[in-house]
Write a protein that binds this ligand. Sequence first.
Ligand code: SAT
Ligand code: MN
Length: 579
Amino acid sequence: MLSWVKDVTRLTKPKNVFWFDGSDDDTAQITKSMLDRAELIKLNESEYKNCYLFRNLPDDVARVKERTFICTKTPEEAGPTNNWMSIIRAKTLLNELFDGVMLDKEMYIIPYLLGPEKSKYSRWGVEATDSPLVALTTAILTKAGKTVLEEFGDSGRFVRGIHSTGNLKKENRYICHFPDEELLMSINTNYGGNASLSKKPHALRLASFQAKKEGWLAEHMFILELEDPNGKCFYISGALPSASGKTNLAMIRPPKAFNDWKIRTVGDDIAWIHCSDEGSTVGINPEHGFFGVAYDTGPYSNPNILECIKKNTLFTNVGLTTDNKPWWEGLTEEVPKNVIDWTGKRWASNSKAPVANKNSRYATKIDQYSLKSKNYNLPDGVPISIILFGGRRANLVPLVYEAYNWEHGILIGAMMRAETTTAISGKVGQLRHDPMGMMDFCGYNMGDYFAHWIEFGKKLKTKPRIFFVNWFRKDGLGNYLWPGFSENFRILKWMVDRVENGIDAVSTPIGYIPKVDSIDLTGLDIKKETVEELLKIDKDGWLKELSEIKEFFYEFDGKIPNELWNEYYKLEKRLIESQ
Ligand code: SAT
Ligand code: MN
């Protein structure tokens, strides 16, 4: 590690090197230096203890796919869903951009651990960055610093990450991944998802590549714990596209009628899933904190997180009230008077622009979240019995359905499409392929990735059951049919009833759907016809969907595994025969 840090120092030429030991002292020192330079705003201490606001530049507030590259020997290794750059070209370009980039700056060296301590499933990384924001964020989202170094010992294996805020010019923004070398290089951005390399670049893109080689899965999934009234716990892992309510689902509060059920969180964004020595499916959360979307988070969408983010939390791109409290749409009904918007300007009350950026975030430690699972940090992980995929779809996709088997489940994961949100820069509301929520995060050819899922399943003695959910179906007038939020718990309960209690379901061409009366609707005012509508299968619509999926699969140039095509044709046949 020392010799690598020397190399990075020679390249970037910082004025000094700050070895971040993860202590409160170090964190306080970095925080103070940022406050002195007016890069951070201290929030109201009595209501938001030790909380800060950081404002990114307006064109640097989300991940940028078009500036994100997988650098391998051949484009085929990266596959059609990734931007590819040759290793030589990327290195030439980046070495030039990084040359002397930290001249008048401090370089922070941040050793971090992804996953529980003393776990064979955990992995190390080190990020060298000139961004104090990245240092603070990494200290929240991972285990960083001295404790890690102690475990690290003389190990030479760690993911190397080099980052510089640079000049923030978009044309020269690069987030480059070199899977063969386990190296990450990112420049001219300071937004979490691009700059905090431990997160998506390491824990998903590089980890997915490592996982393929080593026989496990690195997934864009939450893990939640559901405890039934008898005290039995089940673990559900699920992938929803960014900003589709993944964090909120992982922290869902059951409706009143289900007071004796408990939902606790193991992780909200990333799951590393392994086949244990006994052949069971176990998952860990590689992260140690939450980097959740603030915008729209409130008493309805996620009451549980609100208390947690009132201390030791780093907010980005939210609004600011006159008494220095953070504010975003959804937090309270009324916009506070004289609020400052996320860009730092006074918000005009007739303005159509939002107060907080739609991708505004809170970074906070899982430790201080009261409803974390007591097993969130187990070295052996937690047993996963249900895998859930989902997407935001105004029509076609029913509220919930279950795959017939593992391979069929992989197909429905691969078929996942969702209406776009703002976590990735670009247009909102268009339909976009997002297989298993990994479109932006799979560090290699996704055709090989699907094949890897099939292979992984072969090792498992008991396979998790696979479901698909869609909370966002609308009626002909554009109204949501399902109330969503905490009511989604009812669907989780149905899944558990299926898996644990074997309750009956209806076979349809696309999979099993619930019998209308088997979703527990106690205390919910919803018409039976609405539930029927929510579960309706539009066969012609599905055949059209399949033809579009086929086009997508063709892009993989023969890499889609036969098992997936078999499931595809079986599904098509079921749809045609049921006409
Ligand atoms: O943009 S991040 O990857 O940091 C957060 C997310 O989209 O889940
Ligand atoms: Mn995510």
